[in-house]
Structures are given as C-alpha cells and as structure tokens.
Design a protein around this ligand. Structure first.
Ligand code: GFB
Length: 325
C-alpha cells in the first residue's frame, strides 16, 4: 500500500522547472488533490528563515525536492560558485525543514554527474565516491552528493523516510533552450530548427560543441515524473530493500553518441544541414550510462522512445518557446 494518500499535502519544490513541472502534471493526472507549490518570488528556497516559516505554516506530508540551479556543460563550467552554493543552500534548507516539521517522506532529485568520471559503465549506485569527478561539473556534483548524504544521514540518525532519485540527462517541455546555458538536446533542437531555410535555399550548417564522441543517455521528462510518482507510492521497506543507501538511478538503460543524437534530431526535423564540430568547446565526461537494475526491480521502466521524445520536445519548442521570444 502506498504510504502517501491522494489527499496528503505534497510540496513540489521547483514546480516551474523542467522536472518539477512534469511531476506536478503527473501528480494532478494521478488524482492527488493537495499539491502545494510556491514560485521563486513567493518563496526563496535559499533563505532558511523563509523556508522554515513556510514549513511551519504548511507542514507538508511529502516533499519532492526538484528545485535546483541546473545547466549544461558550459554553464556548469562558467558559474561554479553559483552551482555549488545555490544548490547547497536550497537543499539544506528544505531537507532540514522537512526534518524539523515532521515531513513523512522526502524525495531528493540528484543527477548522473555525481558518479566518478571514469567509473565502470553502466553506472551503479554503489560507485558513488569511488573516484574523481568530471571537472566541468564537479561543483554541481559535490552539492548534489551533499544532498544525497544529508538524506542518508537523516535516515540513519532519525529514521526518516528520505531518499534520492538520480535521473540521467533529461529533456522535454519547459526545457532551457538558451544556447549558452542549455543542455545538448534542447540546444540541438533549436540549432537545427533555426538553421532551416524558409525559402527554398539550403539549410545552414549546424555547429556542435566538442568532438561528438561522448555518449549520453536521454530520458524524456514525463518518464522521469512517472518514475518519481511511482517511487513516492512505494512502501519504505521496498525502497530500502532494493536501495539500502537510498539511491535509485532513473534512466532508459541505453546511450547514444552526441554525433548520433545530432543525426537523429536532424532526421526528425527533416533538416539538410551540414554538421560541423567546434572542438574548442569541452566534451565533458566520456560516457554516463545509468545502471537501472534497482528501479526496474521495483517494477518501473521508461516508456517514451528518444525519437518520440524529440518530436514532442520540438513541438513544445515551436508552440511555446518561439511564441514567447
Ligand atoms: O548536455 P551537456 O551540456 O551536458 O553536454 P553534460 C553533453 C555533450 O554534448 C557534451 C556536447 O559533450 C557537449 O560538448 N554538445 C554538443 C553540446 N553540442 C552542444 C551544444 O550545442 N550545447 C551543449 N550544451 N552541449 C551536464 C552537467 O553535463 O549534464 C550537469 O554539466 C548535469 O552537471 C547535466 O549533470 C545532466 O551531460 O556533459
């Protein structure tokens, strides 16, 4: 039986972001009636006093911590101070308040970049802290590792039902399409879209960063939201039997080279652009494929194919992003 009732108060922290908004939609679809959200202007999660006052007033039964400062390889490499300090502040405030105000379950969302750069593939949850991190995103990774460790510590010291989900690279509606700060998949959708000629001339070339050889795994964000609500509904003993350290990887179990991803996006968008590489930009970690044995064992699998996800994301980009810029 699910430990969370349909009328329980569920606080989705970060409900306007890529993952938080998908989780919010999924909770609504599944009939949860008491979803609590706050925009950044209503509640600054990096301010401890504000977070405490909010928890004192609302006293959520369950918290899904999807609020974070996120970005692609260049944003991580350019703003290390923001990535480490904003994320540590947000997650520390929320996890401590969840402890102080007796939240019965907290789910912390991390990232696949927490694992060592050269760890054995696919990445198992127990390779955490077994080697050095990828330098372009170590600041963000260290913050996320601190969040995982805080959940483990509150579980160990206080018996709290706090655990962490590690999504692989996510994409979908509400993604960031800003070419300087985005991840690769939304960046390539935008680049191929904008390179298309509208008047019969040749499509312009599209420039990719790095060598195109790194491999990444991509999960459509609605699948991530489905996995999050699925995990939220599992009894605690089932979660901790499968994941004694309270970490569950969420992914599709397959990866693809960046050069192949570019070819796929090019074909979905029916583009004729030539692809060129700017090798002055970083490649980042060579490979980041998640081992998804644990979450599969609990009974969850990803459903949306990469091709379908790219189509949906491109449609969202055309209908929402282009109309607002
Ligand atoms: O998605 P991405 O920015 O992040 O880049 P990471 C993935 C790969 O795509 C890298 C290449 O090898 C990039 O060099 N790439 C090619 C591009 N063209 C582009 C482009 O136009 N834009 C971008 N952004 N990349 C991030 C971490 O790592 O992934 C975060 O920095 C987090 O901490 C996140 O873990 C999920 O997969 O390398």
């Amino acid at each position: 039986m699910s430990p969370i009732n349909k009328s329980d108060k569920i606080f989705v922290a970060g409900h306007r972001g890529l993952v938080g908004s998908a989780i919010y939609r999924q909770l609504q679809q599944k009939g949860y009636t008491n979803i609590v959200t706050r925009s950044r202007s209503e509640l600054d999660l990096s301010n401890q006093a504000n977070v405490d006052a909010f928890f004192d007033e609302i006293r959520p039964d369950c918290v899904i911590l999807a609020a974070a400062k996120v970005g692609g390889i260049l944003a991580n490499d350019t703003y290390p101070a923001d990535f480490i300090s904003d994320n540590i502040a947000i997650q520390t405030n929320v996890i401590r308040a969840a402890h102080s105000y007796n939240t019965k379950r907290l789910i912390f969302l991390g990232s696949s970049c927490i694992y060592p750069k050269l760890a054995e593939q696919p990445l198992r949850e127990d390779c955490l802290l077994t080697g050095p991190l990828e330098p372009t995103n170590e600041w963000y990774a260290v913050a996320k590792i601190a969040g995982i460790k805080m959940c483990q510590a509150y579980k160990k010291q206080h018996g709290h039902d706090f655990f962490s989900l590690m999504p692989t690279n996510l994409y979908g509606p509400n993604d960031n399409f800003d070419l300087k700060t985005s991840h690769v998949l939304p960046a390539l959708i935008r680049k191929f879209h904008e390179a298309k000629s509208s008047h019969g001339a040749e499509d312009a070339p599209v420039t990719l960063w790095g060598s195109g050889t790194p491999k990444r795994e991509f999960l459509y964000v609605d699948d991530m939201a489905d996995a999050t609500v699925f995990a939220m509904e599992q009894p605690s003993d089932k979660i901790f039997d499968v994941a004694p350290d309270g970490i569950l990887n969420i992914g599709v179990g397959e990866d693809i080279a960046i050069s192949e991803l570019a070819e796929l996006i090019k074909s979905v968008l029916n583009s004729k652009s030539e692809i060129v590489y700017d090798t002055s930009k970083p490649d980042g970690t060579p490979r980041k494929l998640m081992d998804v044995t644990r979450i599969n064992k609990l009974g969850w699998n990803a459903k949306i194919s990469l091709e379908e996800g790219i189509q949906r994301s491109h449609q969202w980009f055309c209908e929402n992003y282009l109309s607002t810029t």
